[in-house]
Design a binder for this molecule. Sequence first.
Ligand SMILES: *[C@@H]1O[C@H](CO)[C@@H](O)[C@H](O)[C@H]1NC(C)=O
Ligand SMILES: *[C@@H]1O[C@H](CO)[C@@H](O)[C@H](O)[C@H]1NC(C)=O
Ligand SMILES: *[C@@H]1O[C@H](CO)[C@@H](O)[C@H](O)[C@H]1NC(C)=O
Ligand SMILES: *[C@@H]1O[C@H](CO)[C@@H](O)[C@H](O)[C@H]1NC(C)=O
Ligand SMILES: [Zn+2]
Length: 479
Amino acid sequence: MKMKLLVYLLLFAFTISSCLHRCFARGGMQSSILSGDFNRSSHASYARRLFLDFNSVTRLSELAQGYMTNDELGKAIKEFGVRCSNISRIYSIGKSVNGVPLWVIEISERPGEEDAKPAFKYIGNVHGDEPVGRELLMFLANWLCDNHLKDPLATLIVENVHLHILPSMNPDGFELRSRNNANNIDLNRDFPDQFFPINEDENARQPETRAIMNWLRDIQFTASATLHGGALVANYPWDGTQDKRTNYYACPDDDIFQFMARIYSHSHYNMSFSKEFVEGITNGASWYPIYGGMQDWNYIHAGCFELTLEISDNKWPSAAELPTIWKYNKMSMLNLVASLVKTGVHGRIFSAVDRRPLPGSIMVSGINYTVRAGKTVADYHRLLAPRDRYEVMAIMPGYKPKSTTISLNEGPVTFNFVLDPEDTIKGIEFADIFWGVHLEVYFALIVILGFLCLIFKGRMKANVLKQRQSGGAKRPAMV
Ligand SMILES: *[C@@H]1O[C@H](CO)[C@@H](O)[C@H](O)[C@H]1NC(C)=O
Ligand SMILES: *[C@@H]1O[C@H](CO)[C@@H](O)[C@H](O)[C@H]1NC(C)=O
Ligand SMILES: *[C@@H]1O[C@H](CO)[C@@H](O)[C@H](O)[C@H]1NC(C)=O
Ligand SMILES: *[C@@H]1O[C@H](CO)[C@@H](O)[C@H](O)[C@H]1NC(C)=O
Ligand SMILES: [Zn+2]
């Protein structure tokens, strides 16, 4: 009797489970779609291949003649916009205290369009007396324009990223040869701080700071870097500590920040050989804590993973050295932008009802940080360091959360979430389908079980007879 029951149960469970499996498969369980936008096979071992050679001799531009004045920089940006019009656009995010426009170059296959691609920003010349960045960013823009469709890395960036370049955030400071802006304020101390109530008054903030903050309300950047001078190191959050001590102070995304900082330092000519900083990278607070900095504010308030890059020991080297410094930083600058598409999990969030994009959020188990999906396209770009296993969850008010497990050891993953609404109508529909199918299966099951029952009865009888005849040997059958 027990044996019979067991067989029935097993059979029942098996049939139900295979039915359920099919039901769900038919119902459109959303499966992961690997490698959407880029050639995954060629970027599989990105961590190693990111560090491409920079021995290729760079064609040095005429820009080497000297540091551009603010007027010359403005002119160079406009000329770039004309020369490279099909993959760029020029816009201003505001003006400095003295009225100099803060020009931005966007480089992308479809500049200005909202699509499912991540955005990266470079900001140079935050401190007026650190002008190397503003020159290097013009080298970078020109190199990308010249090498699009010729060099695979240039093409990858143009086709998969919206790269925004602000060569000078502090043109007045540059003109005055001063660290601070024209109001004598350090712009990298002028942002709201996470620990101390400084810079809370929005109207008291500098126009350059306000311009950056409004820019980030307008465009959702996945990652960014600011270029500084006076040291050679890639600096990552946190920049500040609660107790004002100089200590390593890790943010929730310490792993990916270290990974990105390493991409920069190891792609650089000699940043990773630093004697002062292991591998040429440092946590900001373990170097020297700052408050009101741009880097922490980006991560906390703008969902943007920002590094602070110190790109030359000498703050204001002779202009003749600029082409060499560009050569030293070129692969780092390119690889950091490319890391946006070569790491992490990317995709979009949709509604299961009408396939509408849902501007939800992405959470990763074990990391206390939420990444928002884009407002219109609902694309998300969650940078994560390579690891065997991540549990990634999409949430949206009014919808049931959905999670998935991914591995990022083989490179980036593309995964689209399709969320079911929380309302009851959907629940009833599902129940109808379930019971409809269930009845059919139930009928088939009765027939099968009846049949099996007959067979078993026959067998059992035969066995009992046999055992009786053979004298009942008791060796259990082991399989
Ligand atoms: C993708 O990568 C493979 C392997 O490296 C290469 O053979 C192929 O040409 C690449 N395709 C494109 C479109 O780049
Ligand atoms: C942009 O223009 C250049 C030169 O005119 C051309 O080679 C390139 O194919 C164009 N790129 C795009 C994305 O249209
Ligand atoms: C990197 O190279 C430059 C130029 O040769 C040199 O001045 C600097 O000290 C080097 N830095 C490190 C950390 O090796
Ligand atoms: C997660 O981060 C928020 C700030 O973003 C903080 O208020 C909260 O306490 C953190 N939770 C945990 C469990 O650390
Ligand atoms: Zn600086």
